[in-house]
Design a protein around this ligand. Structure first.
Ligand code: NI
Length: 165
C-alpha cells in the first residue's frame, strides 16, 4: 500500500492539463492502485492523477458507502448528457475545508479505458456523476474554486493567505 502526497491549492501544478495515456503499462497500473490507496486513506471519494503530481489522464472514484466499489478510468471523455442539471455540495482533497454547491449535468456517459486497455463506459447520474465530472475537471486543470462567485473567491483566497502566514 502506497500513500501518495496530494498537492494542495494554490499549487500551480494543479492547473496544468494532463496528457492522454497511450500505453497502459505496469507503471500506469501502479499509479492507479496507489491513487486508490491514497483516496481511501484520506477518506475521499475521488482522486485525479494531477493531484498526486502526475499529469496523465487517469481518475479513480468510489462513491459507495462501503468503500469497496473502486472505479478506475483512463483517458475518460464526457461523451453525452441530457439537459437536466443537478447540484451537489463538493469537496476536494486538494482544497481542505472548502465545500461548494456545483451545478453540473445530472446524467452523463463517460467513455474510457480500463487497466487492461479495454474500452469501457460509465453511464449514470447522482453523486457518482458529479464526482466523475469533478475528477475529469482536474485533468484539464479546473478546480472547485472556479465555481465560486467572485465574492466567495476573494473570501477563499483571504482565508488561504491567513493560513499560510
Ligand atoms: Ni478534487
Amino acid at each position: 500500500m502506497t500513500i501518495l502526497a496530494v498537492l494542495q491549492e494554490p499549487d500551480p501544478r494543479l492547473r496544468k492539463p494532463s496528457q492522454r495515456i497511450d500505453l497502459i503499462d505496469a507503471e500506469v497500473r501502479r499509479l492507479a492502485h496507489d491513487m486508490l490507496d491514497t483516496m481511501y486513506h484520506l477518506g475521499g471519494c475521488g482522486l485525479a492523477a494531477p493531484q498526486v503530481n502526475t499529469r496523465r489522464r487517469v481518475i479513480v472514484v468510489d462513491t459507495s458507502a462501503s468503500g469497496d466499489a473502486p472505479l478506475i478510468l483512463v483517458n475518460p471523455v464526457l461523451h453525452h448528457h441530457g439537459d437536466r442539471m443537478a447540484r451537489f455540495e463538493e469537496g476536494c482533497l486538494s482544497i481542505p475545508d472548502l465545500y461548494v454547491a456545483v451545478r453540473r449535468p445530472a446524467e452523463i456517459c463517460v467513455h474510457a479505458l480500463d487497466l487492461d486497455s479495454n474500452p469501457t463506459a460509465w453511464e449514470g447520474g447522482g453523486w457518482a456523476a458529479a464526482v466523475i465530472q469533478h475528477e475529469i475537471d482536474h485533468l484539464d486543470g479546473r478546480l472547485l474554486t472556479d465555481a465560486l462567485s467572485p465574492k466567495d473567491k476573494m473570501r477563499h483566497s483571504m482565508r488561504q493567505q491567513r493560513r499560510h502566514r
